[in-house]
Design a protein around this ligand. Sequence first.
Ligand SMILES: NC(=O)c1ccc[n+]([C@@H]2O[C@H](COP(=O)([O-])OP(=O)(O)OC[C@H]3O[C@@H](n4cnc5c(N)ncnc54)[C@H](OP(=O)(O)O)[C@@H]3O)[C@@H](O)[C@H]2O)c1
Length: 254
Amino acid sequence: MDSTTQAAFAGRAAIVTGAGSGIGRATAVALAREGAHVLGVGRRRDALEETAAAHEGIEILDIDICRDDAPAKVVETAVERWGRLDLLVNNAGATAVMPLAEVEKQAITELFALNVIAPSMLAHEALPHLRRTSGTIINLSSTYGHRPMSGGAHYSATKAAIEQMTRSWALELAGEGVRVNSVAPGPTRTDVMIHAGLTPEAANEMYAYERDRIPTHRIADVKDVAHWILRMAEPAGRQVTGQVITVDGGLELI
Ligand SMILES: NC(=O)c1ccc[n+]([C@@H]2O[C@H](COP(=O)([O-])OP(=O)(O)OC[C@H]3O[C@@H](n4cnc5c(N)ncnc54)[C@H](OP(=O)(O)O)[C@@H]3O)[C@@H](O)[C@H]2O)c1
C-alpha cells in the first residue's frame, strides 16, 4: 500500500454501524488506519470497546439503531465530535433462516427494521452533512441480494431492497456530489450465523457447504470485505456511484 492510499481518509469522519464484530469491526479499524475518525455503533458496549482498543481513531456509541431516536443521535454524535461527516457505512444487519412454512410476521418485521428501515433513516439523517462534504454512503448487501436463497427469502429480500435503494439514491444524489454504493459479500467468516441462532456446529456445516460451491473454494475473511468498502468509499473513487460490488469468490457466477 503506498502512502497516498494510507492517508485516503485523513481528516474525514465516518460512521460504521455494527462495528463491534465481524465486517463492521474490520472496516472501522481499516478506516482508522487510513486516517479517518470513526464512530463505531452497535448495541454491545463491551464488543465496541474491543474494536476501539484496536485504534485510537475509533470512538464508540452503544445504541440500538432500530430505536426511533437512534439515527439522529448517531449522526449528531459524529458531527458534534468532528464537525463533519464524510462517510456512512450501513453495515449492521442480521440474517434469518426462515423457510416459507415457518414464516413469522414478527421475525419479518424485525429483519426489515434492521436491514432496511434503520439504514434508510441513518442515510436520511446523514444526508445534509454528506451534501456539505461531497460524502458517500456504503450499504452492505449480500450476494443473496441478487440471487435466490432457499430458506432465506426474507433476508434475501432485505438485501435486494438495499441494492435498489443504493441505485435510486445514487441517481437522486449524483448531481449533489453524494455517492451511494453497495458492497455485497458472499459467505464471510463472522458470527453472523451464531447471531441468527445457529449452533457453532451448524454454522461450520453451512460454511463447509458454501466453501465447496464457491468457485475459489474459499470463505472470505472480514478483511477481504473491508478492503472493498474502503476502496468504494475513498474520494479517488469519485466516478463510481450506484454500483453493487460482489465480494464472493465468484459464487454469483454459478
Ligand atoms: N458474514 C457473512 O457471510 C455475510 C454475507 C453477506 C452479507 N453480510 C452482511 O454484512 C453485514 C455485517 O455482518 P457480519 O457478518 O459482520 O455479522 P455480525 O458479526 O453479526 O455483525 C452484525 C453487527 O450488527 C450489529 N447490530 C445488530 N443489530 C443491531 C441493532 N439493532 N443496532 C445496532 N447494531 C446492531 C451487531 O452488534 P450488536 O449485537 O452489539 O448490536 C453486530 O456487530 C450485515 O449487513 C450482513 O447482512 C454478511
